[in-house]
Ligand binder design. Structure first.
Ligand SMILES: Nc1ncnc2c1ncn2[C@@H]1O[C@H](COP(=O)(O)OP(=O)(O)O)[C@@H](O)[C@H]1O
Ligand SMILES: [Mg+2]
Length: 501
């Protein structure tokens, strides 16, 4: 059966100053299908869908929806036309209830004699939430009492309340647990069965292959190809995404190298102020990659912060072995040659309103400076070296960091510390949210640092990465050590999961 075209973009382009986010893209969405959209960070996925939804205008090109010219100038207009979008960022409003979030701007519906009937509004909200099968939330509850996932689900309910004919889901599933994902999958499949359409953006190849009917690949703002179900294969997709064969050597490949006996950093019986770590001890050896893993509340992120002097320690101590000094603050850690890549890259690691150059330079002044002088040429070379090593995608190193895509922001954080040439580097989820090409580059850099004799703590939520990169692996559970594994070809995810839960 011929599928009916619902949305079409013709030669759609979007420029942000010198950045070409979309380059004459022709993109089609059919009824009765879930259309997947994939591409490396910064390839233009959010840009094309947000233009369709009316969040921002295109620079040039045309769009058609249900056969009509489509040029929404606000999201409200986009929604009226029939396009709903679940955005990548948090979309609920603080300080009001779940029901008020769902009916924001439509309170008039519940007015009786000039007063808004909360009872009616809550009852209607219940129906809207039931419709997406999100049962265990109270419509009257303050939105701020909900966790991230539940807030996301409220947002989805709100979008679905607009009864869209085309639904855009922009990297929503990453933030959700399996239960939350099932709710979204269910909505998407029902949309398809009702002969409506879904555009589904995700980084999870397995998920895309399972859910989507077709998959469109973007690269550098260009549409590369659209694959049918029978053409979807992880290797093929990756190749289209990065535009070259992915090397087999994704992680390091050596086994059986002996770890040095020399200890460079140790934590002795530390108990943190948050109580996340209790009487915890560990040692980091020279030239090793020490992996740290566990479930979300195991204390691994607090450990990273504690090693860098960022976490309040009630008892015990963290010691820099070479000097015998106690590490008591980030400044102290810096002076001892430590680097730290934080998990919360926006809030902790970057100055968003400063340029890429200034952010990368911030950690490296002492490396670039010649005596009291900082030569502009040296500064530029230093920053450009990091930019190229990590292929940070930007129009200029003078561009503000805030406008970079998530993965490119992470590269800047990484470049900041790697460039500094630290002896001890603490990485908290360094590859979170970055795409495979960049991941491979980061793994290479981490391994290069190891070979240079640097010591690296790599905290991660990805078991394959921990297994692939670590010389030694510590698994935490409820703030204590649950297991220790040495690097081995035989080490499997199952071995680790067994001690983790
Ligand atoms: N508001 C903006 N200002 C400047 N550049 C932007 C803006 N929004 C996106 N970009 C740039 O456009 C490109 C595409 O971004 P985006 O569509 O968010 O990528 P994706 O969603 O595929 O990760 C990136 O290089 C990004 O830095
Ligand atoms: Mg995006």
């Amino acid at each position: 059966m011929e599928k009916e075209l619902l949305f079409e973009a013709k030669k759609l382009s979007k420029h942000f100053g010198p950045t070409i986010a979309l380059d004459e893209v022709d993109f089609k969405v059919y009824r009765g299908q879930i259309t997947g959209l994939i591409g490396e960070n910064g390839s233009g996925k959010s840009t094309i869908t947000s233009i369709a939804a009316g969040m921002q205008p295109a620079t040039s090109g045309e769009m058609f929806f249900k056969g009509q010219a489509h040029k929404p100038s606000t999201m409200i207009e986009g929604a009226k036309a029939g396009i709903g979008m679940i955005v990548q960022e948090q979309g609920t409003v603080s300080g009001i209830s779940v029901a008020q979030n769902i009916f924001l701007g439509e309170e008039g519906r519940f007015k009786r004699a000039g007063l808004i009937s909360k009872r009616k509004m809550n009852a209607e909200a219940r129906k809207v939430l039931d419709n997406i099968r999100f049962y265990d939330v109270n419509p009257a509850a303050p939105i701020d009492s909900l966790n991230m996932q539940d807030r996301k689900l409220v947002e989805i309910a709100k979008v679905m309340y607009g009864n869209p004919e085309m639904l855009v889901v922009d990297e929503t599933t990453t933030a959700l647990s399996q239960a939350g994902r099932e709710i979204i999958y269910d909505i998407m499949r029902r949309m398809r069965d009702d002969n409506k359409a879904v555009v589904f953006i995700s980084h999870d190849l397995e998920e895309l292959i399972e859910i989507c009917d077709t998959l469109t690949v973007l690269r550098d703002g260009k549409l590369i190809t659209t694959l049918n179900k029978d053409e979807m294969n992880e290797d093929v997709i990756k190749r289209h995404m990065v535009g070259r064969e992915m090397s087999e050597h994704y992680y390091r490949e050596d086994y059986g190298e002996k770890i040095s006996d020399e200890v460079v950093l140790k934590a002795e019986s530390i108990t943190t102020g948050t109580g996340m770590l209790m009487d915890f001890s560990m040692e980091l050896h020279k030239g090793e990659i020490l992996g740290i893993g566990g479930l979300s509340h195991c204390g691994m992120h607090e450990l990273g912060r504690a090693l860098f002097g960022e976490e309040k320690i009630l008892e015990g101590k963290v010691t820099d072995v070479k000097t015998g000094d106690k590490i008591t603050s980030p400044r102290c850690a810096l002076l001892h040659g430590y680097g730290y890549v934080s998990k919360n890259r926006d809030t902790e690691a970057l100055v968003l309103t400063a340029s890429i150059k200034d952010n990368i330079l911030a950690a490296g002044y002492d490396k670039v400076q010649k005596g009291p002088f900082l030569l502009p040429k040296d500064a530029k070379n230093y920053v450009n070296k990091q930019k190229d090593a990590l292929s940070i995608k930007c129009a200029s190193i003078n561009q503000d960091v805030q406008y970079l895509s998530g993965g490119n922001k992470q590269k800047v954080v990484f470049g900041k510390w790697v460039g500094r040439d630290c002896d001890i580097l603490i990485l908290d989820c360094p590859t979170r949210g970055v795409d495979i090409g960049v991941k491979a580059a980061m793994y290479d850099l981490i391994d290069k640092m190891r070979k240079e004799g640097k010591s690296i703590v790599m905290i991660s939520e990805e078991l394959t990465e921990l297994i692939g990169m670590s010389d030694r692996l510590l698994i935490l559970k409820d703030g204590s050590l649950a297991g220790e594994f040495m690097r081995s070809k035989e080490l499997s995810e199952n071995d680790i999961i067994n001690v983790m839960i």
